[in-house]
Design a binder for this molecule. Structure first.
Ligand SMILES: O=P(O)(O)OC[C@H]1O[C@](O)(COP(=O)(O)O)[C@@H](O)[C@@H]1O
Ligand SMILES: [Mg+2]
Ligand SMILES: [Mg+2]
Length: 324
């Protein structure tokens, strides 16, 4: 069976040529990253880099390698006005003629690297509307402004999941040819959920409404929900959200009292907004306890946010526990 490849899909979807060049550039570099990941210990690229990023987190060698590869690939594209990365302290100005800003999490799920488990690259493309040379201010746009968002999941197969604002599509990398081929054309998240995803080890640190909501899920058939729920936690947002796009469910990383001054663990501009764009495009919902994540006006590029996303009815109920 002949399948549509990524360039053909973008052309058929009449995606703006500059935007196409960015998506194709990210696809190409992700195929290279997947090769580096596949070599693993053989290439001496596992383990810690021995430095901290701007977020105060220990960097893995692969966080740094993937960041440098994506940065170089994007900086070579005339369409890119500037970029911002989870692993870069400041925004990086690129071409003064480019129409787009790109933000990315080069390697999501870093703690999975050393156990040969799933990781991914998450990206978001925003329009540039400011002055010639970009500043951080230019990036501070609500997620709703995104022109495209997606991720590459480095799993048993390598998949690129994308939205340009017209639904969500999934491509699988053909390792023989290096082409991403369309394997899922209409990704939809059912409104009701049978599965939830949260790091249960933090339970005692959550606010009371999250404690009650999750307790009612766990009570299953014997509790107020009257049905059983399954639980999954891959510890890579990219893989947990991928599962939700494939078979539904709810994912949350709430605020907790371990770091009370931090709004949440996940990053608004590199994780929550791009994944949120995909989830909304697939018919799901993406909230904090207060409102929709894609409507948040960012205050700085490394901002963090609590996240509740996935099945529309389940997200509404979880938010309702918080707002009662
Ligand atoms: O350590 P925990 O609580 O399981 O957190 C896992 C979460 O942290 C993250 O790995 C953070 O992402 P990075 O690996 O890009 O820092 C998320 O992908 C994931 O949902
Ligand atoms: Mg991440
Ligand atoms: Mg990361």
């Amino acid at each position: 069976m002949s399948r549509i490849d990524l360039p053909q899909y973008l052309a058929d979807a009449t995606v703006a040529p500059e935007l196409q060049s960015i998506i194709l550039g990210l696809a190409n570099v992700s195929a290279d990253i997947s090769k580096a990941l596949a070599k693993g210990a053989l290439a001496g690229i596992l383990g810690a880099a021995g430095a901290e990023n701007v977020q105060g987190e220990d960097q893995k060698k692969l966080d740094v390698i993937a960041n440098d590869m994506i940065k170089a690939a994007l900086a070579a594209l005339p369409a890119v006005r500037g970029l911002a990365s989870e692993e870069e302290t400041d925004v990086v100005p690129c071409h003064t003629s480019g129409s787009y800003l790109v933000t990315f999490d080069p390697l999501d799920g870093s703690s999975n690297i050393d156990i040969n488990s799933m990781v991914g690259t998450i990206f978001s493309v925003l329009p540039h509307t400011g002055e010639a040379v970009v500043t951080e201010q230019d990036f501070l746009q609500p997620g709703r402004h995104q022109r495209a968002a997606g991720y590459v999941l480095y799993g048993p197969s390598v998949m690129l999941v994308l939205s340009t604002g017209n639904g969500v599509v999934m491509f699988t990398l053909d390792q023989d040819t290096g082409n991403y081929l369309l394997t899922e054309a209409d990704v939809t998240i059912p409104a009701d959920a049978k599965e939830f995803s949260i790091n249960m080890s933090n339970q005692r640190h959550w606010v009371a409404p999250m404690q009650s909501y999750i307790a009612d899920l766990i009570a299953g058939k014997d509790g107020p929900r009257g049905k059983d729920f399954n639980m999954r936690w891959v510890a890579a947002m990219v893989a947990d959200v991928h599962r939700i796009l494939c078979r539904g469910g709810l994912f949350t990383y709430p605020w907790d009292s371990r770091k009370p001054d931090q709004a949440g663990k996940l990053r608004l501009m590199y994780e929550a907004n791009p994944m949120g764009f995909l989830v909304e495009q697939a018919g799901g919902e993406v909230w904090t306890p207060e409102g929709k994540i894609l409507d948040i006006q960012p205050e700085h590029i490394h901002q963090r946010v609590p996240v509740i996303l996935g099945a529309a009815n389940e997200v509404a109920l979880c938010v309702d526990y918080h707002q009662r």
